[in-house]
Ligand binder design. Structure first.
Ligand code: NAD
Ligand code: DAU
Length: 360
């Protein structure tokens, strides 16, 4: 069962999994919040061994029924409220889904897999590097033993869920693993997050908002490498353990935005048909995309730097990212250029309301 499988990483994981293990039965459970999109599962929905269920991880009865009736032995929990800025405006849904929802999922798994006499199972929880807090430029990257120090309502809710997962293992013997990953980018990412927001704003000649001084650092990983990392944890990871997954690829926000600008300029300059499709884009107006960069008010409590030490995953699981940033970012830009129908559909009224509230 892939929870949150209509979201960015969950949908990529569903595609990845069905390509790797075409015989497996896969059930996606997703509440289809603003970030969930059935269109991201095109190609899976038609398969006989795939089932989409519209539902909430907090619905314990539903999860128990699905686990039992479908004979499922693995849960990979992606379902979450995932955007830091939204958690600052309104933390409640973050506690409801990330904490209470994950707890409900754990209760369902325990009931079906343990209380019914015990059967082989795995509960994998997908978490984030943000639970470890913020690094200075001199500090070494986060390891699995770095103390938890979450700074936003989002990261605090993810930290709480990580603790519950750990507790269900130690107290009840539920067979769990957790992975803490750095910033993902790639196809199907909702355009509230930095990279798709920049690509799409740029095509429409809208300002490219950079929080604060633009010098915050993130470690960027192509989403398929994250999926591969989770697969390795499921197959080779030790029960009860936590594995960090990262890209060893630290960038300042302003540098990322400049890179995206130059690559999109390059693509448009080389293609007459793209220029016809995006006539407002800077290249068509005789200037560079960088001219749209706008420094805006900083995110409250904005973590300065995240960086992941993935040595444990490398040594125990033979994990290594396969995609270089150079190729991954080009693939991502090309995906957004080729999938205008997908992104136009998600930029609806509620998305415009969000932009107005956040970037007023
Ligand atoms: P996303 O916001 O794109 O997708 C989340 C999905 O969960 C959506 O499809 C949404 O409909 C669904 N969902 C939300 N509440 C639900 C509920 N109560 N019941 C069922 N489904 C629900 O998020 P994402 O970026 O794909 O992140 C997926 C997971 O990976 C999250 O747990 C996030 O914390 C974690 N993570 C994300 C990143 C990143 O860079 N995006 C990095 C590390 C970890
Ligand atoms: O580190 C993993 C985390 O990465 C995940 O747990 C989260 O779910 C995911 O959303 C992401 O969190 P960030 O806050 O790092 O991602 P976001 O894309 O929102 O922002 C990346 C950086 O860019 C951050 O320093 C804030 C900055 N930013 C973001 C936006 C949306 C801007 O400067 N301007 C913007 O408009």
């Amino acid at each position: 069962m892939i929870t949150g499988g209509a979201g960015f990483i969950g949908a990529n994981f569903a595609h990845y999994w069905l390509a790797q293990y075409p015989q497996d039965r896969v059930v996606v459970l997703d509440a289809l919040t603003y970030a969930g999109n059935m269109a991201s599962l095109a190609g899976c929905l038609e398969l006989e061994n795939f089932r989409f269920v519209h539902g909430d991880i907090g619905d314990q009865d539903l999860v128990e029924t699905l686990l039992a009736e479908e004979g499922l032995d693995t849960v990979v929990n992606f379902a979450a409220e995932s955007h830091v800025d939204r958690s600052i405006h309104g933390p409640d849904p973050f506690v409801t889904t990330n904490v209470v929802g994950t707890h409900s999922l754990l209760k369902a798994a325990k009931k079906v897999w343990l209380d019914g006499g015990g059967r082989p199972h795995r509960f994998h929880h997908v978490s984030t590097d943000e639970v470890y807090g913020s690094l200075t430029s001199e500090e070494p990257p986060f390891t699995e033993t770095s103390p938890y120090a979450p700074n936003s309502p989002y990261s605090a809710s993810k930290a709480a869920s990580d603790h519950l997962v750990r507790a269900y293992h130690h107290t009840y013997g539920l067979e769990v693993t957790t992975s803490n990953c750095s910033n993902n980018y790639g196809p199907y990412q909702f355009p509230e997050k930095l990279i798709p927001l920049i690509i799409l704003n740029l095509l429409e000649a809208k300002p490219l908002p950079i929080y604060g001084d633009g010098l915050n650092i993130r470690d960027w990983l192509y989403v398929e490498d994250h999926c591969r990392g989770i697969d390795l944890v499921l197959r080779k990871g030790r029960v009860g353990e936590v594995y960090n997954i990262g890209g060893n690829n630290e960038w300042r926000n302003i540098e990322i935005v400049r890179l995206v600008c130059s690559l999109v300029d390059e693509r448009l300059a080389a293609s007459e048909s793209l220029r016809q499709r995006f006539p407002r884009s800077p290249v068509c107006q005789g200037h560079t995309a960088e001219s749209l960069i706008t420094f805006v008010k900083d995110r409250p409590g904005h973590d300065r730097r995240y960086a992941i030490d993935a040595a444990k995953s490398r040594n125990e699981l033979e994990y290594a990212p396969l995609e270089s940033f150079e190729t991954g970012i080009r693939k991502t830009i090309d995906w957004y250029l080729a999938n205008e129908t997908w992104w136009r559909a998600v930029m609806n009224g509620s998305y415009r309301d969000w932009l107005e509230k956040q970037y007023a």
